[in-house]
Design a binder for this molecule. Structure first.
Ligand code: PQQ
Length: 239
């Protein structure tokens, strides 16, 4: 069978964007969160587990930099590390997430101890870091494209939480505020790399698989949290 013709860049981008139906915004844990139906323990569980994702994102990006021989790309990509680790006066996203933790009632030391991180969440996040370490840098860049869908989810929290979770101090939501513009900027660069690197139809289909892999990571993190904090069945609960 002969190879299918490549999609145009517009069609390829549309195929990538069509993956939004698998975004974790549709996961039942997220749906409950958006509806204001999570209790404090369940919000805390999410914040404490997502912290592991937050601290690994710059490690993931450092792996992409380490694999990338193109200076111009590195000059752009390094911004992501500054966004999370902080730079100069800006304390960065990890610190903003720590403030979110404090706002939901998790002391800084407790959050940073990682004591609440579930094995399933750790495995999923580590799979993302390992992928970035081992894959060609363009594939790793492509895997960040779930950020196409992230501004919507951050805006949903900013719009809904003050009314649905009035016990969370407004200061805690700053992380989401910062990410709306940062994610928008990241996506322009990530999309540019992806649309120009994956040019044949099999390569474009490979890009869709990579994006699905990343969607699976985000979804699987929430599966682990659902079992632990909604079904009250954390690992070894029955021993
Ligand atoms: O809160 C979210 O739902 C969400 C999702 C994602 C994502 O889609 O990967 C990211 C973020 N937040 C985020 O804050 C963030 O910094 C980020 C970086 C990346 C990435 O893959 O490089 N994804 C995301």
């Amino acid at each position: 069978m002969s190879e299918q013709p490549a999609w145009s860049k517009e069609e390829f981008e549309a195929q990538l964007r069509a993956k939004d139906k698998f975004y974790h915004i549709h996961h039942p844990y997220h749906v409950l969160m958006a509806e204001g139906k999570l209790d404090q323990k369940q919000i805390q569980g999410w914040v404490a587990n997502r912290f592991y994702y937050q601290i690994k994102i710059p490690v993931k990006d450092a792996n992409i930099l380490a694999n990338c021989p193109d200076r111009d790309t590195r000059r752009h990509w390094i911004q992501r590390i500054h966004d999370h680790d902080g730079w100069g006066e800006d304390a960065g996203g990890i610190e903003a997430w720590t403030r979110l933790g404090i706002a939901v009632g998790i002391p800084r030391e407790e959050l940073w101890s990682l004591e609440h991180v579930l094995p399933g969440v750790r495995f999923a996040v580590d799979a993302y870091v390992n992928f970035a370490r081992n894959a060609p840098w363009q594939e790793a860049a492509c895997s960040s494209l779930t950020e196409l869908f992230a501004p919507t989810i951050h805006k949903q929290r900013l719009a809904g939480w003050p009314e649905k979770y009035p016990w969370i101090a407004q200061d805690g939501l700053k992380y989401f505020q910062n990410r709306v513009s940062q994610a928008g900027r990241d996506v322009i660069h990530g999309l540019d790399i992806t649309l120009n690197h994956f040019t044949t139809r099999p390569q474009q289909e490979r890009a869709l698989e990579i994006l699905q892999f990343k969607l699976d990571i985000l979804w699987t993190m929430l599966d682990a949290m659902w079992l632990a904090y909604v079904d009250n069945k954390p690992p070894y609960f029955n021993i």
